[in-house]
Design a protein around this ligand. Structure first.
Ligand code: FRU
Length: 490
């Protein structure tokens, strides 16, 4: 793509152009109602997720002037309750030599009553070779944000390529540390640690020692935290090949966990890599520890290098709902934060037993809703739900009880996304039971499905017509009890 177009700055667009771009996005039939989405242009990774000055702050990667990955800004949103978010405008504007081609992803930490934002400055030399700088901006209590005029780290250490980005900072005893995504010169991905006592001068400590020596060619957006006594490294590896139901998306997001990271040797004794999400559209998540000591995660509901139907409407992507992480039987469990219940409006409920049939219930339909649906005493081969269903359209969740397999099928969901990566996603549930609980958050163009209180999650964009609002429940070859509660969300 033409470089001038790709790296066009917001101040190069006239007020009329900006107004028209915003209008175009606003008119899109697929605007979300309760998710964070850009007013125009493309959003990607959540950044700087933190609690500061009585509010949650969540920033994201933003290219305002198109739906491609152009010049990245940090955009700022804030919320008192993790539910209602307010657009605050641009937080970090690229433009210095060290971030001339983008203020890339990073994180935030509170110190001395200020919010320190660490990010990667994406730059290019005269031969157009990539250069990565680690940079800082500081937010005051009045909300003003100032960039430091020099990067904190102005070179990549030996042994790594310039694919060196996305610092995630935390306080570790008396020191600050950040973990950063890196590519070794042999083109394998890894995560690297730096340490500081004042957030300003940083020392390279080395790589996190894992058992994943050759695991993709780059690890983006790493995040390290400790939860319930375990060390967790979350990251988004690129370059994994599909294996059965695993690694079906263009890039993945997941974690390894085990004993806490050894401070001196940086060893992480861990189990196998687990995908965080089994749906089509989830990437680059970031966590924060909130003032109630909860580990909360938000992800990007999208993926790089893939076109979406809203591109022609002048906007692309949204963030996931905030989810609380806990451990259950050695695996991370995700639950939508309970604060989201304030969105619940009118309820419609049903209780029934289904015998090899398909049923709908009065009031159980909609385009933006929360639904908890439990199939119990399953004596059937398959149970499931069709939602956002209408003429020729439906999104389908199926549970094959014998195989313990859940499938999300978006082949008839509406306008299609790229088909190269298939139209169904499946996973096998970890535990044997004769019931299953589906907790869905459906917005105008997305679904987040939490299974059995978050033991697996499927996050996906869907692009149905607004008339496709029916919900049907089905049981095949046998019987099952059904309990449903559905709330309109406003
Ligand atoms: C992940 C990512 C990050 C980078 C940012 C640029 O989606 O590629 O590694 O910092 O997006 O927008």
């Amino acid at each position: 793509m033409d470089r001038e177009l790709k790296y066009r700055r917001l101040d190069q667009a006239s007020p009329e152009e900006i107004a028209s771009l915003r209008r175009q996005a606003r008119r899109s039939e697929w605007r979300q109602t309760f998710h964070i989405q850009p007013v125009m242009g493309l959003m990607n990774d959540p950044n700087g997720f933190s609690y500061y000055n009585g509010e949650y702050h969540l920033f994201y990667q933003w290219f305002p002037l198109g739906t491609f990955h152009g010049l990245k800004y940090w955009y700022h949103t804030s919320s008192k309750d993790l539910v209602h978010w307010h657009n605050k405008g641009i937080a970090i504007e690229p433009g210095q030599l060290f971030d001339a081609y983008g203020a890339y992803s990073g994180s935030g930490i509170v110190k001395d009553n200020k919010l320190y934002l660490l990010y990667t400055g994406n730059a290019r030399d005269e031969e157009w070779n990539r250069q990565s700088y680690q940079c800082m901006a500081v937010m005051d209590r009045d909300g003003s944000i100032t960039k430091l005029d020099k990067p904190l780290i102005d070179h990549v250490p030996d042994g790594y390529t310039e694919h060196f980005r996305d610092p995630k900072v935390w306080k570790d005893q008396d020191k600050y540390r950040f973990v950063i995504g890196a590519q070794r010169v042999d083109q394998t991905g890894s995560a690297v640690i730096y340490e500081s006592s004042d957030l300003l001068s940083w020392e390279f400590k080395g790589e996190i020692q894992t058992r994943l020596e050759h695991f993709g060619y780059m690890w983006e957006c790493p995040d390290y935290f400790e939860l319930e006594g375990q060390g967790v490294l979350l990251f988004s590896p690129q370059g994994l090949l599909p294996e059965d139901d695993h690694f079906q998306n263009i890039y993945q997001s997941g974690y390894i966990s085990g004993k806490p990271l050894k401070r001196d040797t940086l060893e992480l004794d861990h189990g196998s890599f687990c995908e965080l999400d089994r749906g089509f559209d989830f990437y680059a998540p970031q966590t924060m520890l909130d003032e109630k000591d909860r580990r909360i995660m938000v992800g990007w509901m999208g993926l790089p290098d893939i076109g979406y139907p809203t591109d022609s409407h002048g906007w692309a992507h949204c963030l996931t709902l905030p989810r609380m992480l806990t451990f259950r039987e050695g695996r991370l469990n995700q639950q939508p934060v309970p604060e989201l219940q304030v969105l619940r409006d009118k309820v419609a409920e049903a209780a029934d037993t289904l015998h090899s049939e398909v049923k709908s219930y009065k009031g159980v339909q909609g385009t933006a809703f929360e639904m908890i649906c439990e199939f119990q005493a399953i004596e059937a081969d398959v149970v499931g739900i069709e939602f956002r269903a209408g003429e020729g359209e439906r999104t389908v969740i199926r549970y094959e009880s014998g195989k313990r397999k859940v499938t999300l099928d978006r082949s008839s969901s509406g306008a299609s996304i790229v088909s190269d990566y298939g139209t169904v996603r499946s996973c096998k549930l970890p535990t044997e039971r004769n019931s299953i609980k589906f907790h869905l958050f459906v917005d105008i163009s997305s679904v987040e499905l939490f299974i059995n209180d978050g033991e697996e999650v499927f996050t996906s964009r869907i692009f149905p017509k607004c008339e496709s609002r029916n919900i049907r429940f089905f049981v095949q070859n046998g019987s099952a009890g059904l309990k449903v509660a559905k709330w309109d969300l406003t």
